[in-house]
Design a protein around this ligand. Structure first.
Ligand code: SAM
Length: 349
């Protein structure tokens, strides 16, 4: 793994890490079910993960015949790699190998992952549009003592991904739900960004519509550590500009792109610097996380629109109701607030 510091925008960036595409591909190819050793005496209910790891690390060693190790019935929430197959965990492989059914967002994506590890399993989609309908099916299978796995396309299920309703329904019905932790863009980015990590707030995706985004930014907690956003490269410049206006241009921020992949890249600077940088270039490829160390002392008050002037202008041609609707939409202010202001204007005429 090579690490280079690079300078862009006249600022030293946080460094760029490049990883070989197949750096951990060996583990993937050798970690197939045929080669897995038996469980140990120490931990009867689980495979011998240390022995298993040895088999993966030293593929020529005779691992002996493989017998399936029983996986208790329940729902397994399994994290999967966010780009680098080497980030699969031994427990994830175990659960995927033993599962009766794998719930996933997209059977093509998860099929590829299973194939990479020499596995083939029945799969069923579970995404935002059908999760509610899947609940009864899942509960019926758990009642039969089956072992269900939930994965998302990448990373940890439920983190800006489906699964919450399924987990809640299983817990409510008294079935065990087992977390199998692993990769997540959220923690991977925080761990390497170089921003305060003792306290942080995960925001996920900001709304894409300007008014909703502005309101969401106004409601962000400040001074409580690092704020972490998921964002698409196509929207990163707009989001950085909106955050710079809302939280203050001097806030320190980092973009973490293509984590764990060949073109992994961290860019650091102030919100203002980063907004200018991304406004200048074509949207970068891949996936991104944005981290912001928001401090109240760096916030600048949002430029408040001159509400009264705008309302007076709108009232010249529109009814009270239409003028209020229009100005509320334009400014992103609460309709009630705009309405009350409009009344003071009409009352004084
Ligand atoms: N559940 C996933 C997790 O645990 O990270 C996140 C799913 S969310 C639908 C997808 C978003 O996660 C992307 O738009 C991006 O913001 C972030 N993301 C996922 N993989 C990433 C990667 N390799 N590098 C940077 N960001 C990534």
């Amino acid at each position: 793994m090579a690490k280079t510091n690079k300078t862009t925008m006249g600022k030293t960036t946080m460094g760029k890490t490049t990883m070989g595409k197949t750096a951990t591909g060996e583990a993937a190819t050798n970690g197939t079910s045929d080669r897995l050793p038996n469980s140990t005496k120490k931990e009867k209910s689980q495979p011998d993960f240390a022995g298993w790891a040895q088999t993966i690390l030293h593929p020529t060693q005779d691992a002996g015949p493989s017998k399936p190790t029983s996986l208790p019935s329940g729902l397994y929430i399994v994290a999967t790699p966010i780009g680098n197959l080497g980030d699969i965990t031994l427990r994830a492989l175990w659960a995927l190998r033993e599962a009766d059914l794998v719930f996933c967002e997209d059977t093509r994506v998860t099929g590829k992952l299973l194939h990479a590890f020499g596995l083939s399993k029945p799969m069923m989609t579970c995404h935002d549009h059908n999760e509610e309908a899947r609940l009864n099916e899942a509960l019926a299978k758990l009642a039969l003592g089956q072992r269900l796995v939930l994965v998302s396309d990448a990373g940890t299920p439920l983190i800006s991904d489906p699964g919450y309703r399924l987990v809640r329904a299983c817990r409510k019905a008294g079935y065990p739900v087992y977390p199998l932790p692993g990769a997540s863009a959220l923690l991977a980015s925080l761990a390497a960004a170089g921003l305060p990590s003792d306290r942080f707030t995960f925001i996920g995706f900001l709304p894409s519509k300007p008014t909703a985004r502005r309101k969401a930014i106004e409601a962000l907690p400040q001074g409580t550590g690092t704020l972490i956003f998921y964002e698409s490269p196509q929207r990163i410049a707009t989001t950085l500009t909106a955050l710079s206006e809302g939280l203050g241009p001097a806030c320190e921020a980092v973009t973490a792109r293509e984590l764990t992949k060949l073109h992994e890249e961290f860019q650091g600077g102030t919100l203002e610097d980063l907004a200018a940088h991304y406004a200048e270039i074509d949207p970068p490829k891949g996936e991104m996380v944005l981290l912001v160390a928001a401090r109240p002392d760096q916030a600048v008050p949002l430029a408040q629109p001159d509400l009264e002037a705008r309302l007076r202008q709108a009232l010249e041609t529109l009814s009270l109701r239409d003028a209020v609707d229009l100005v509320a939409k334009e400014t992103g202010l609460k309709r009630k607030e705009v309405y009350q202001k409009a009344l003071t204007i009409t009352d004084s005429v």
